[in-house]
Design a protein around this ligand. Structure first.
Ligand code: GLN
Length: 485
């Protein structure tokens, strides 16, 4: 059953070839057998999953079915889940049980999806390798000496290893697209505001966006359709109607203008990844698309700008973890100050502390203009680059990441090398644009590579359409590492 896509599973459920309980049990058995090595789940919620599966089976029996009814999925552990531990990959929240569901979680359960559990992630979503998690690193299903990418590394590995049908993730600077590329799956980060952030633990509020990790664009379309939409509880959520993504998948793409930013194909791009991207672009040309050279001149500044803006926002967002209201509290504090200091020193890991310090520094009175204000100005220029580009082309394509998955530990002592993993993904977050990654031909070393497709605001449907048309012609998205087939 685990080899089937969401659309295939939905047919099987409706035809009563198997029940949602049987399907859920099958996935739970796979998780118990295969995840000890992978470490993609922080929490497996077997009991509530089986209860949700039984409820889905009743809905199916009553003929009340949608595309996700009875489908087992997983949530990144950044989304609050009522009654189930929500850790955000941190010791700070190791003992935290959320008292409510995030909007995205609530919408997916209303659509009948069954939550198998919560997936591993970099601590507070800060990372590109899943190595900053308090619960230990996740391994890449294609090569278990390598990272799955981050911060939604648990979700990406679980989807790639067929330990769930699909999963949610979040993307602040690349955390859906980069792990999707490293694990050979499809991941979409929608337009900022497309999905509600309510109940999604905040890292950098002006950049964070929820999205879907799935095997195919078709599956991602089903998930996103259920997740997206206006939420009065999130003042940054967009009041824009959600189109029928599934109905848009097969539209003709002849004549679509694809922009290739020259900055995304320069030094630093691995030759194997470049060759795989080239082959994918040729497929798009065969489908009738036109390739146009463009420039995003400020894109080399996106990583430095991000590493001012994101830490600044995180230093403010993470101030709430003070040992008083919720989260980790140190033993026997001497006084209030000691309580704050030791609770935070013990609860947060090294990368989170580094970001809080950078952010507090960039926002401090003497440096605000030099760093934060300057970064915000350049952020505007980066958005303007995209605006100019979308006057010439319909979508932008390029590699999702400069390399394939690296070895565990390879970048651990060099934060800058780690940060550069997101060189092609971060600019879209700064501009608030949607981006998607799909698997293309693996490199010579046999590791997955991802093609990134960036669209204009609220053009998720077009991105999914372009991805689906490619997936109709190729089968990279159907490949599974042998251990998990
Ligand atoms: N890798 C980036 C960071 O470490 C992006 C993370 C994300 O998108 N959540 O901040």
């Amino acid at each position: 059953m685990h080899e089937q896509t969401i659309a295939e599973l939905a047919i099987g459920l409706r035809a009563k070839d198997f029940s949602s309980r049987e399907l859920t049990q099958h996935y739970l058995e796979r998780i118990a057998r295969l995840d000890p090595r992978l470490n993609s789940y922080i929490t497996v919620a077997a009991e509530s999953a089986l209860a949700a599966a039984d409820a889905a089976d009743l809905r199916i029996a009553a003929g009340n079915v949608g595309p996700l009814t009875g489908i087992p999925i997983a949530h990144k552990d950044i989304f609050c889940t009522n009654g189930i531990k929500t850790s955000c990959g941190s010791r700070m929240l190791d003992k935290f049980t959320a008292p409510y569901d995030a909007t995205v979680v609530e919408k997916l359960s209303c659509a009948g999806a069954v939550m198998l559990g919560k997936t591993n992630m970099d601590e507070f979503a800060m990372g590109s390798s899943n190595e900053t998690s308090f619960y230990g690193p996740v391994r890449n299903p294609w090569d278990d000496t390598r990272v799955p990418g981050g911060s939604s590394g648990g979700s990406a590995a679980a989807v790639a290893a067929r330990l769930c049908a699909a999963a949610t993730g979040t993307d602040t600077g690349g955390s859906i697209r980069q792990p999707a590329a490293f694990c050979g799956i499809t991941g979409i980060k929608p337009t900022y505001g497309r999905c509600s952030r309510w109940g999604m633990i905040a890292f950098a509020s002006s950049l964070d966006q929820a999205g879907a990790l799935a095997r195919s664009a078709e599956d991602a379309a089903a998930l996103l359709a259920a997740m997206a939409g206006f939420d009065p509880r999130d003042s940054t959520s967009a009041d824009v109607s959600v189109p029928d993504y599934s109905a848009m998948l097969n539209a003709d793409i002849a004549g679509v203008k694809i922009g290739l930013p020259r900055e995304y194909f320069g030094d630093g791009l691995d030759a194997g990844v470049a060759a795989s991207i080239q082959a994918a672009l040729e497929e798009y040309e065969r489908l009738g698309a036109r390739i146009v050279d463009i420039s995003l001149p400020n894109s080399p500044l996106s990583v430095p700008v991000y590493y001012v803006v994101a830490p600044a926002e995180c230093s403010s967002n993470l101030a709430r973890f003070d040992g008083v209201r919720y989260g980790h509290r140190c033993d026997d504090p001497r006084d209030l100050e000691d309580l704050y200091k030791r609770s935070r020193a013990e609860g947060f890991g090294a990368e989170v502390k580094r970001r809080i310090m950078i952010g507090a520094y960039a926002l401090s009175a003497g440096y605000y203009d030099a760093y934060y204000l300057k970064a915000q100005q350049i952020r505007h220029l980066i958005s303007d680059d995209f605006r100019n580009a979308f006057e010439q082309v319909d979508v932008i394509m390029g590699p999702t990441t400069p390399s394939t998955a690296f070895e565990l530990g390879a970048n651990s002592n060099d934060p800058i090398a780690m940060y550069l993993n997101d060189i092609y993904t971060i600019a879209t977050n700064l501009a608030g644009l949607p981006g998607l990654s799909i698997p293309v031909a693996p490199t010579g070393a046999g590791l997955p590579a991802g093609l990134q497709i960036i669209g204009n605001y609220f053009e998720e449907g077009r991105l999914l359409n372009l991805a689906h048309r490619f997936q109709r012609e190729t089968d990279w998205h159907r490949r599974v590492a042998a251990t998990y087939a």
